[in-house]
Ligand binder design. Structure first.
Ligand SMILES: Cc1ncc(COP(=O)(O)O)c(C=O)c1O
Length: 394
């Protein structure tokens, strides 16, 4: 694959490129925000979709056990994770999945905990469904984030938290949580009878020297409190096909989740989504290895560009996800100043860090899933506009 080839995504009904005016108020800016990639998906997936389209009949789909076999085998082989076919439910998207989890596993006004900074729908999913949000802030040292376990336990105990939504790997800080960290989180949750919903959408976007550990691979004793959600959407750049899985080993938890999902008639997948999912896990590995290498090169390139040209910005390479978390606090501690600089001066669309939590103020998230020429242009725009503004705002 030649990932350097530009793909014109404008006027294709794509949020990242066509939604700029609506979200940023202008469309003369370079988009490196929404978490999808600017590359074409795997040719094997595209072929499978074309073949399915050529069939010409698009009636109601049926997800047979066959469809999930490649997904199960993939996780077994790549992630050393055993998935029982019985655990699998389907859902269009992972945000829908964790919102259903919130509704199924908690009651109104009950407490749900997240670890900030984290993907904004973790916040809104809790609040919009009339649950009370509890935030356990991650600890940041030199761009490396770890869990504040003392606060984790205190928050759970003092607030009678009922559900913890885990982001693994964690968007936006790029951590692929270790088995030891996951064990500690699960142990505390088990102790206080807190259920865990683990969003594992980024599970296959892991860089060299790092490893993904699913919450589902922990000791059997935790199975009664765990639900996890996975999807080929980020991995293979098919988010618009809305095709995800929810994995729940415990029968009661699964029944609760399924009852709610059935009552809303929301579990069924799109026919092309199913086709793509099967093809992705069956034949997408080679493409994934290549794209990961390309993204990691982008990440290395950005690291050296920043060090050389604008060292006041701090960047630590992520262990996982194609998202970079840039620390602008030395120059723009305030979110409004940083946003104004990026959008109106540098003319790049990044995600404002504060939308991930108050400890995200002064940060911005950049999407590395793009052609190197786009990344280079964005970094140059930032660099060129930065010089006159190298001063702390008061
Ligand atoms: C952690 C996380 N969860 C969920 C999503 C979105 O999932 P979906 O589009 O399947 O709802 C994203 C997208 O960026 C994400 O980063």
């Amino acid at each position: 694959m030649n990932f350097d080839v530009l793909v014109d995504r404008k006027n294709t009904g794509c949020f990242k490129w066509d939604g700029l005016k609506v979200v940023y108020g202008r469309d003369d800016i370079l988009p490196l925000w929404v978490a999808d990639m600017d590359f074409k998906s795997s040719p094997k997936i595209i072929e499978a979709i074309i073949e399915r389209a050529n069939h010409g009949v698009f009636g109601y789909p049926f997800a047979s056990a066959e469809v999930f076999k490649p997904f199960i085998e993939w996780n077994n082989k790549r992630n050393n994770l055993y998935i029982d076919e019985e655990w699998i439910l389907t859902c269009p998207g992972i945000v829908t999945a964790f919102c259903l989890g919130i509704l199924a596993f908690t009651k109104e006004e009950e407490k749900v905990m997240i670890q900030t900074p984290v993907y904004p729908p973790f916040h809104s999913g809790v609040r919009d469904n009339n649950r009370v949000l509890i935030e356990n802030e991650l600890i940041e040292i030199d761009g490396y984030y770890t869990v504040d376990f003392e606060d984790f336990e205190k928050k759970i105990k003092n607030n009678h938290v009922k559900l913890f939504i885990l982001c693994n790997p964690h968007n936006p800080v790029g951590r692929a949580w270790s088995k030891e960290e996951l064990d500690k989180m699960a142990e505390i949750c088990l102790k206080y009878d807190v259920k865990i919903f683990s969003d594992e959408i980024h599970s296959d976007l892991i860089f060299r020297g790092n490893k993904f550990t699913s919450i589902l691979s922990l000791d059997e004793k935790y199975k009664g409190i765990i639900a996890a959600a996975m999807a080929p959407s980020k991995t293979f750049n098919i988010a618009g096909l809305f095709s995800s899985t929810v994995l729940i080993p415990d029968k009661d938890m699964k029944e609760k989740y399924k009852k709610l999902s059935d009552s809303l008639h929301i579990g069924s997948l799109n026919i092309f989504g199913l086709t793509a999912m099967e093809a992705a896990y069956k034949c997408g590995e080679e493409w994934l290895e290549e794209v990961l290498e390309y993204i990691e090169d982008n990440s290395d390139y950005m690291e050296s560009f920043i060090k050389e040209n604008m060292p006041e910005i701090k960047y630590r390479k992520p262990e996982a996800t194609y998202l970079g978390w840039l620390d602008f606090r030395a120059i723009f501690p305030k979110a409004e100043d940083l946003n104004d600089f990026l959008v109106n001066k540098a003319k790049v669309a990044l995600n404002s860090g504060i939308t991930f939590g108050k400890n995200g103020e002064g940060f911005a998230r950049i999407n590395l899933g793009c052609q190197k020429s786009i990344l280079t242009e964005a970094l140059n725009r930032i660099k060129n506009m930065l010089d006159p503004t190298k001063r702390k705002q008061d």
